[in-house]
Design a protein around this ligand. Structure first.
Ligand SMILES: NC(=O)c1ccc[n+]([C@@H]2O[C@H](COP(=O)([O-])OP(=O)(O)OC[C@H]3O[C@@H](n4cnc5c(N)ncnc54)[C@H](O)[C@@H]3O)[C@@H](O)[C@H]2O)c1
Length: 311
């Protein structure tokens, strides 16, 4: 077993009641390495409708039977009150929070115009708002402790995938949140990274059409247990990076990042100029990497006016 341990650390893993599920794999790995884990799951399953219900208590019990420490939590990440209640479960049971793995999610694969407003709001509410509410709920505790690790789950679909318009939008939003929180967390010892997983989970088994379902051999190579070590590494004290997006699928672990071209420069632009310069604008020769959020977007630094809260 790895020398990296989580003794004395408390982790919340959301959406960890599915079996097989990524959250369950993360929770079990953290607990096997000494963390006390809050196994959260609303129990609704991949599409949020309860067809294949997840069971947080079953995963918590599994961890305890393996000698680990875990408590189940059934609140929803999708509301501010629900997120607060999940954090309360951690504080009430274990007295602290060190790690948050935002993993809960629901997905509907459909053409953009087919998605109902309810399904659109369900996906944005669970993935994007759920991640925002959970980060907000743990933030003051991590800030006070001067330490924290947050792992936000994204998806390759943030770069574009068929039938994944709103899901991909939610995941793109989560990556933006991750990179921006990494900047805010830096001075407080809080590292915030994104994980782009690929694994054969309950979601995979239920959401793809029968004819598009991967073969049992391919599914066997896509165990969530292959992804959990990456989540564990990003959750560990020794993890020095922040604002990164690390992918992990089928035994391949990699980094996703942004880049920008050198572009074209003029003091004045007309519509015709843009047309004329297009090939230079998009010429990726000698492109500049925008690896970490700290590299900045073109060196632009914003100094906000005094904030005027609106309630
Ligand atoms: N499986 C993959 O290949 C893959 C690929 C890319 C991204 N992801 C992401 O990884 C994460 C886990 O995916 P999975 O495949 O294990 O899915 P899964 O459906 O098996 O697990 C997600 C869990 O979230 C729970 N959940 C849903 N709404 C909730 C809410 N409001 N509050 C708390 N829990 C809630 C569900 O009950 C479910 O158990 C998701 O964010 C998903 O978008 C998965």
């Amino acid at each position: 077993m790895s020398g990296l341990r989580f003794d004395g650390r408390v982790a919340i893993v959301t959406g960890a009641g599915g079996n097989p599920g990524l959250g369950r794999a993360h929770a079990r790995l953290l607990a096997a390495h000494g963390a006390k884990v809050v196994v959260n799951d609303l129990g609704v399953g991949p599409d949020g409708r309860g067809g294949r219900p997840a069971r947080a208590e079953a995963v918590a019990e599994e961890i305890r039977s393996e000698g680990g420490e875990a408590v189940a939590d059934g609140h929803s990440v999708a509301t501010q009150d629900g997120a607060q209640a999940i954090v309360e479960t951690a504080l009430r049971t274990y007295g602290r929070i060190d790690v948050l793995v935002n993993n809960a999610g629901v997905v509907e694969f459909a053409l953009f115009e087919q998605l109902t407003p309810t399904d659109i709001e369900k996906m944005l509410g669970t993935h994007l708002m759920g991640t925002i509410w959970m980060c907000r709920a743990v933030w003051p505790h991590l800030k006070n402790a001067g330490y924290g690790r947050i792992i936000n789950t994204v998806s390759g679909s943030l770069l574009g995938a068929r039938y994944a318009s709103v899901y991909g939008a939610a995941k793109g939003g989560i990556l933006g949140l991750t990179r921006n929180l990494a900047i805010e967390g830096e001075e407080h010892g809080i590292k915030v990274n994104a994980l782009a997983p690929g694994a054969a989970t309950v979601a995979w088994q239920t959401m793809s059409a029968e004819e598009a379902r991967p073969s049992p051999e391919i599914l066997a190579k896509l165990s969530p247990d292959l992804v959990a070590p990456t989540a564990g590494y990003l959750a560990h004290e020794d993890c020095a990076v922040s604002g990164k997006c690390i992918g992990s699928e089928g035994g391949n672990i990699f980094e996703l990042w942004y880049g920008r071209t050198s572009g074209a420069d003029r003091d004045v632009w007309t519509l015709g100029d843009v047309e004329q310069e297009w090939s230079r604008i998009v010429d990726r020769t000698g492109f500049r990497e925008i690896g970490d959020p700290f590299d900045g977007c073109g060196g632009f630094k914003l100094t906000p006016r005094a904030y005027r809260p609106e309630s």
